[in-house]
Ligand binder design. Structure first.
Ligand code: AHR
Length: 535
């Protein structure tokens, strides 16, 4: 058994002295709510079982969509949802998912070949009951914007235009608008965000960056807009593939710098998956377990979380060499930890894993990094919403739970739309043994945003056993009152399940304040949100 680390107490274990300085006069830009976006692929139990239970189901639903999921997503103010993939997108014919439900074809799912033998047939053979209408309805119920990923690998550009036409052409204007109306949707869906392929360097067509740029130009030239602003998101790099970013943009501007205006975002994908401590780079052999891990594994994952910062600044710099005015923003539309199979709460759900406190700390750290770069990041989408990788929710039949990652999204929703402020976090580094070699990373990280006279400060303390006794200075401000919401546990493996839904939930309490300084003890292994009311 891996030992527990009894660590959570406001006065228990040893503490390091830390300091945070929030600089009210150094605004970094508005935090786009879309940084708090989600990703739903037709993969394993994400759509069928997770989102879609069917209209005739005894599971509480709204027109076939799982009601509890909708309620939770409204709570976290989910701003945007990406669909239908992922790799699935480049095998999907959107026409299969429209029209009368009983007439829709059954198709082999992209993931069929890697589905385990015990997965249900509905995961292997797509019944197309959840298509464009149902997805847009799902978004509307929540108040989210749809972000559709088009098939660039196996459908012609014309089908992309037609999908836009189906979604956005005015009532009664086209045959496709009439088909939309026949399903009860007279008014256009007004879909703004369109992904043009997915991972086009791999499952999305195996293109070179230059080949993909040519395809991108072809797909996005003269798409009918129907008065709706269209924001095209190009398939971008996988983690540190700098050559993809450079190669793509160089080829795009071969037809003139004006071509840059056709691109809203460049999609960056980053998964933290290699827990081998440097022993291998093999995609399967390098993965660790979601639930069974030791302290070094905890730190290894979080150290990989830090990498997001250098990916953002590195790609941004390359983008700036070609796109000098930085018209194109980064869209991190897949991110999160990825473990080997084995922790699925529903056996047979491919790519499902059980998020723990470790994943909550990773997620808080990642969202804090996004908050610090509001000028660079227009959108981010956690992979994936339910029954998958870094899922905020898990569900099976009538069972449902919010994972620690879901609680982090709930806590961090307070940042949405705020003015990001520069905040300087000073803390002794975390040191640990990476097998025989010493390794270290930042001891306290976080972000701050201002909403009129309310300051939201979030922070993660990654240390498994030491608290951070922290003086938080807000020069120029007088503090009226403050509350702290903390997600932590005495067990670094803590997670929720269908049977025990509330093993790990955030706790809120009032914090004592004095003048323009706040003293706060961040517990070990924790994610914290401080809401500070200023005078
Ligand atoms: O999120 C799972 C898969 O990871 C997606 O389908 C793909 O885009 C990525 O490789």
């Amino acid at each position: 058994m891996v030992p527990k680390y009894s660590s959570f107490a406001s006065s228990g274990p040893s503490a390091r002295n830390c300091r945070v300085e929030v600089l009210l006069d150094e605004p970094l830009g508005t935090i786009s709510p879309n940084i708090y976006g989600h990703f739903t692929e037709n993969l394993g139990g994400v759509v069928y079982d997770g989102i879609w239970v069917g209209e005739k189901s005894s599971i509480p639903n709204v027109n076939g969509i799982r009601r509890e999921l909708v309620e939770q997503m409204r709570k976290i103010k989910a701003p945007v949802i990406r669909f239908p993939g992922g790799c699935f997108a480049d095998s999907y014919d959107w026409r299969d998912g429209i029209g009368p439900a009983d007439k829709r074809p059954r198709r082999t799912n992209f993931w069929e070949q890697v589905e385990p033998p015990n997965s249900p047939p509905i995961h292997k053979y797509d019944p197309n009951q959840f298509g464009t209408n149902e997805f847009v309805h799902f978004c509307k119920l929540i108040g989210s914007q749809p972000y559709l990923a088009a098939n660039l690998r196996s459908l012609p550009a014309e089908e992309f235009y037609r999908w836009v036409e189906y979604c956005n052409s005015p009532a009664g204007s086209t045959t496709l608008a009439e088909m939309r109306a026949a399903s009860g949707n007279t008014e256009p869906f007004q879909v703004r965000f369109w992904g043009v392929g997915n991972e086009s360097w791999g499952c999305g067509g195996n293109f070179t960056a230059q080949e993909y740029a040519v395809e991108f130009r072809r797909f996005t030239t003269w798409v009918p807009s129907f008065g709706q602003e269209l924001s095209f998101i190009a398939s971008g790099p996988n983690d540190d593939s700098w050559d993809w970013t450079r190669g793509f943009l160089e080829e795009i501007v071969r037809k003139g710098a004006g071509q840059l205006r056709s691109i809203y975002g460049l999609a960056l994908h980053y998964y933290a998956w290699n827990l081998s401590r440097g022993r291998t780079h093999d995609w399967n052999a390098g993965k660790g377990d979601a639930l069974k891990f030791d302290v070094a594994d905890w730190y290894e994952l979080l150290r990989q979380g830090e990498v997001m910062e250098s990916l953002i600044t590195g790609h941004w710099q390359i983008m700036g060499e070609i796109d000098r005015e930085h018209q194109i923003k980064l869209v991190v539309d897949e991110w999160g930890p990825w473990y080997r199979p084995g922790s699925e709460m529903t056996p047979g759900d491919i790519l499902e894993q059980t998020p723990t406190l470790r994943d909550a700390v990773f997620s808080g750290m990642t969202l804090d990094i996004f908050n610090q770069h509001p000028d660079k990041i227009a959108m981010a989408n956690c992979a994936q919403l339910i029954n998958c990788l870094n899922s905020p929710y898990l569900a099976h039949e009538d069972k449902f739970c919010v994972t620690p990652v879901g609680h982090v999204f709930d806590m961090y929703a307070a940042h949405q739309g705020g003015q990001s402020l520069r905040a300087v976090f000073s803390a002794p580094s975390v040191h640990y043994q990476r097998d025989a070699n010493p390794a270290s990373f930042a001891g306290l990280t976080g972000s701050a945003s201002l909403h009129d006279k309310v300051l939201v400060l979030t922070a993660v303390n990654p240390h498994v056993s030491e608290a951070c006794e922290t003086e938080i200075g807000i020069p120029g401000a007088t503090i009226k009152s403050a509350t702290a919401t903390v997600l932590t546990s005495s067990d670094i493996h803590a997670h929720n399940s269908f049977e025990q839904r509330d093993v790990i939930v955030p706790q809120t309490r009032t914090v004592e304040t004095k003048g323009h300084v706040l003293t706060y003890r961040f517990p070990p292994a924790s994610v914290t949100k401080l809401v500070v009311n200023l005078q």
